[in-house]
Design a protein around this ligand. Structure first.
Ligand code: HEC
Ligand code: HEC
Length: 394
C-alpha cells in the first residue's frame, strides 16, 4: 500500500505547478516522498517519474542517505563491490574532472548501456574495474567519499557568511598553526557566497547541493544542470534515452524546492553535551579551534561543532580526487553533532569511513591539526578517556 506522502506526491506530480505550496507541511511531506522515491529510466508510462540516468549511482536519495543518517557502504552479492553509500570521485591534481569519466564514477546505467566501472573495495581503497570507455587518464586521481548524515542542514544554512568569515585565518596571523579558509563560491547570480555544504564546502546553498545530487548520483537534470544526459562522457551514453531537455528539466523547480525544503526542516540530532571535564579538555587540546561548538544565527546558536571552514589535514587524509581550488588534503571541518549515531551504526568516521573510532580519527589528523593531535597524544590516560567519552556522546 502507498503511504500518505507517496500518494500526495503522486497526485501533485500529476498536477499543474504547485509553487503555491512551497514552505508548508504538505510541501515537506512531498519533499520527503521525493527523497524516498525510486526513479525509473525514461521513457516510462508516467513521465513525472522518469529520467533516471543514463548513468547513475542509485535510484533514490534514500538508497545512500538511509534514514537520513550516515549509512555504512553496502556491497553487492560479490561482497567487495560497492553498491551504495559511497561514491568514487575523479579529478586531476588541480581538481578538474577526468576528461572521459568526468567527476564521479557512475556504477549503474539504464538498460543497453554499460556502467562506467565496477568499484572493488579493499578497506577504503577503491579499484576501478571493467572501465567502459577505456583506460582512465594518467593524470586522474580517484578517491572514495561516504554519504554523510543529512540532519540539521537547515541550521547550517542559518549561519551568516560573516560569522564563518570571522573565524577564517587563511594566513595564520595568530600563529596557532591553524589557517582555516572559507570556500568562496560565486552563485548563479554571480554573487560570492561562503560554501558550506558538501565535504569540500563547495556548495553555498542547500538547493545547489540537492541539484548536484540529482545530476551526479541519479543522472537527472534540473534548472541548474539542464543537460538531460547528466554526467555522461561519450556520444553513445549521451544518445541513450533520457527524460527532459534544456528548458524542460527532468526534475522541475517546484520539486527541487520541496525536496530542499524537506531537508532544511530536518532537525539536528538532539543535543547531548555533558558538563564533564571532557568538554574543557576538548577546548584545551585545541579540538574546539576547528570543531567550534556553537555558531551564531538569527534563530539561535547552531551547536554543530564545526567552523564550516576548509582545513588542510595533511597527507594521511589526502582524498585523491578533489574540486577546483581545494587541495586534496583540505576538508570542511566535519560537524560532530550526532557522532554517537554514526558510532552506533558502525559506519566508520572521516570522509571515507576509514576510522573505526574517535581515537582512530584523531590519530589521522595531521597538517593544521598536528598540534591538537600531539596534545591529545600526551594527555594523561584519564583525561584522554574523558575527552573521548565527551566526543563519542555528541
Ligand atoms: C550514491 C550515493 C548517494 C546518493 C544516491 C545521494 N547522495 Fe547525497 N551524498 C553522497 C555523498 C558521497 C556525499 C558527500 C559528497 C561530497 O561532498 O563530496 C553526499 C552529500 C550530500 C549532501 C551534503 C551534506 C552536507 O553535509 O553538506 C546533501 C544535502 C545530499 N547529499 C543530498 C542528497 C539528495 C537530495 C539526494 C537525492 C537527490 C542524494 N543526496 C543522493 C552520496 C549520495
Ligand atoms: C585544524 C582543524 C581541526 C582540528 C584542530 C581538529 N579537527 Fe577533527 N576534523 C577536522 C576536519 C577537517 C575533519 C574532516 C576530515 C575528513 O573527513 O577526512 C575532522 C574530522 C573529525 C572527526 C570525524 C568526524 C566524522 O563525522 O567522521 C572526529 C571524530 C574529529 N575530527 C575529532 C577531533 C578531535 C577529538 C580533535 C581534537 C583532538 C580534533 N578533531 C581536532 C578538523 C580538525
Amino acid at each position: 500500500m502507498m503511504r500518505a506522502p507517496a500518494i500526495a506526491a503522486a497526485l501533485v506530480l500529476a498536477a499543474a505547478p504547485v509553487a503555491a505550496l512551497a514552505g508548508g507541511d504538505l510541501s515537506r511531506s512531498i519533499g520527503r516522498a521525493l527523497f524516498e522515491r525510486a526513479w525509473v529510466p525514461a521513457p516510462s508510462s508516467t513521465k513525472a517519474n522518469d529520467g533516471l540516468g543514463p548513468l547513475f549511482n542509485a535510484r533514490a536519495c534514500v538508497a545512500c542517505h538511509n534514514g537520513l543518517g550516515r549509512a555504512p557502504a553496502t556491497t553487492d552479492a560479490d561482497g567487495a563491490f560497492i553498491h551504495q553509500g559511497m561514491v568514487v570521485k575523479l579529478s586531476n591534481a588541480a581538481g578538474r574532472p577526468d576528461p572521459v569519466y568526468r567527476a564521479q564514477v557512475q556504477t549503474s546505467a539504464v538498460p543497453g548501456l554499460l556502467p562506467e566501472a565496477r568499484v572493488l573495495m579493499s578497506g577504503t581503497e577503491a579499484r576501478l574495474l571493467e572501465l567502459s570507455s577505456g583506460p582512465i587518464s594518467a593524470e586522474t586521481r580517484h578517491g572514495v567519499r561516504q554519504a554523510p548524515a543529512l540532519r540539521g542542514l537547515g541550521r547550517l544554512s542559518d549561519v551568516p557568511d560573516e560569522a564563518i568569515l570571522a573565524l577564517a585565518d587563511p594566513d595564520d596571523r595568530d600563529g596557532d598553526g591553524i589557517s582555516g579558509r572559507a570556500n568562496l563560491i560565486a552563485d548563479a547570480a554571480g554573487v560570492t557566497r561562503v560554501g558550506r555544504f558538501g565535504l569540500k564546502a563547495s556548495s553555498a546553498d542547500l538547493r545547489h547541493q540537492v541539484e548536484l545530487a540529482f545530476l551526479l548520483d541519479l543522472g537527472m537534470s534540473t534548472t541548474a544542470f539542464p543537460v538531460e544526459w547528466g554526467d555522461c562522457p561519450t556520444p553513445t551514453c549521451r544518445a541513450a534515452p533520457a527524460g527532459g531537455g534544456v528548458g524542460d528539466p527532468e526534475i522541475r523547480d517546484d520539486l527541487v524546492a520541496m525536496l530542499t525544503d524537506f531537508l532544511a526542516s530536518v532537525p539536528p540530532p538532539a543535543a547531548q553535551e555533558d558538563d564533564s571535564s571532557g568538554r574543557a579538555l576538548f577546548a584545551a587540546t585545541g579540538c574546539a579551534s576547528c570543531h567550534v561548538p556553537a555558531l551564531p544565527s538569527a534563530r539561535g546558536e547552531v551547536r554543530a561543532f564545526t567552523d564550516l571552514l576548509l582545513h588542510d589535514l595533511g597527507d594521511a587524509l589526502d582524498g585523491g580526487a578533489t574540486e577546483p581550488d581545494v587541495a586534496a588534503t583540505e576538508w570542511r571541518t566535519a560537524p560532530l553533532w550526532g557522532i554517537r549515531h554514526a558510532l552506533s551504526a558502525g559506519t566508520g568516521l572521516l570522509h571515507d569511513g576509514r576510522a573505526a573510532s574517535v581515537a582512530d580519527a584523531v590519530r589521522l589528523h595531521g597538517g593544521e591539526a598536528s598540534n591538537a593531535r600531539q596534545r591529545f597524544d600526551v594527555l594523561p590516560e584519564d583525561d584522554r578517556l574523558n575527552l573521548l567519552r565527551y566526543v563519542e556522546g555528541l
